[in-house]
Design a protein around this ligand. Structure first.
Ligand SMILES: [Cu+2]
Length: 273
């Protein structure tokens, strides 16, 4: 197996490993293979190969055994735009919909249990396209709502288009498509129609539109999008974040409050014997 960095300047080749099966012949695991035996990594376009994989039958994925099937329709679409800003003190923050995540003073879930926080979000006031409740500082979601998230990637302050592997806690989701530049609802509909079985995933990547480390954009230029659907069937407080740790720490995360009216408040704080 060979690995190399993509989408930014780096050493040309920075990972080579040999996977050796038990009882396989020629177990010369400490000798570097001849050059013609080392696989070539194709260069050029971003990789969408995950979408080309064949689906495994459900029983091959025990953890997903009871996951509901792909929802053909969604109740609400939430658009999330990534961005990056340089602050006056020279530090960098990263944003989702112009909000950079800040750790709350006390955990949201504990505040719900303690009664320090309303258990009844006013869903009717959260009709913004970003779904964000500025008072709660979360995105409240009704139990069993089908949410379609579109991540719109934009170029950084240095004019680069970063890759962001996004991860949602509490739910798997269906990868329904993506593309270059600015989000196209028509293109997404086309991809959903043409895909018989969208993949169930835990991480989804929004890729730079071109694998070209010299490409420069003006900051904020739309440079790729990706979309997924999830069924909000797991009541709780769930974080959604870029899985590049640096991006996450710089603020690229947000919180969903899912069906919190249905949280079981009685099952916690049991008296200890
Ligand atoms: Cu990121």
């Amino acid at each position: 197996m060979k690995a190399s960095a993509r989408f930014r300047a780096s050493t040309p080749e920075n990972g080579l490993s040999i996977l050796h099966y038990e009882r396989a012949t020629n177990p010369a695991v400490n000798i570097r293979p001849a050059p013609e035996k080392i696989p070539n990594i194709p260069s050029g376009t971003p990789f969408w190969e995950f979408n080309k994989f064949k689906m495994l039958p459900r029983h091959a994925l025990p953890s997903q055994l009871n996951h509901p099937s792909f929802p053909g329709h969604y109740d609400r679409e939430i658009l999330m735009t990534t961005s990056q800003r340089k602050l006056d003190d020279g530090s960098i923050r990263m944003y989702l919909n112009n909000i950079t995540f800040e750790e709350p003073m006390s955990p949201v879930l504990l505040d719900l249990y303690d009664g320090q926080r309303s258990r009844h979000p006013s869903y009717h006031t959260v009709d913004r396209i970003d779904g964000y409740d500025v008072t709660r500082r979360t995105i409240p979601v009704k139990l069993n709502e089908v949410i379609q998230i579109v991540i719109q990637n934009t170029a950084t302050t240095t004019g680069r288009c970063d890759q962001h592997p996004f991860h949602l806690h509490g739910h798997s989701f269906f990868d329904i498509g993506g593309g270059n530049g600015l989000y196209s609802p028509i293109e997404l509909s086309r991809q959903v129609e043409n895909s018989s079985t969208p993949l169930l995933r835990d991480v989804i990547s929004v890729y730079p539109e071109r694998d070209d480390k010299n490409l420069k954009y003006s900051p904020g230029t739309p440079c790729g999008w990706r979309a997924f659907r999830f069924i909000a069937d797991n009541p709780g407080v769930w974080i959604f974040h870029c899985h590049v740790t640096a991006h996450m720490m710089l603020g690229m995360q947000t919180v969903f409050e899912v069906g919190i009216e249905n949280l079981n408040y009685n099952s916690v704080y049991l008296p200890t014997p």
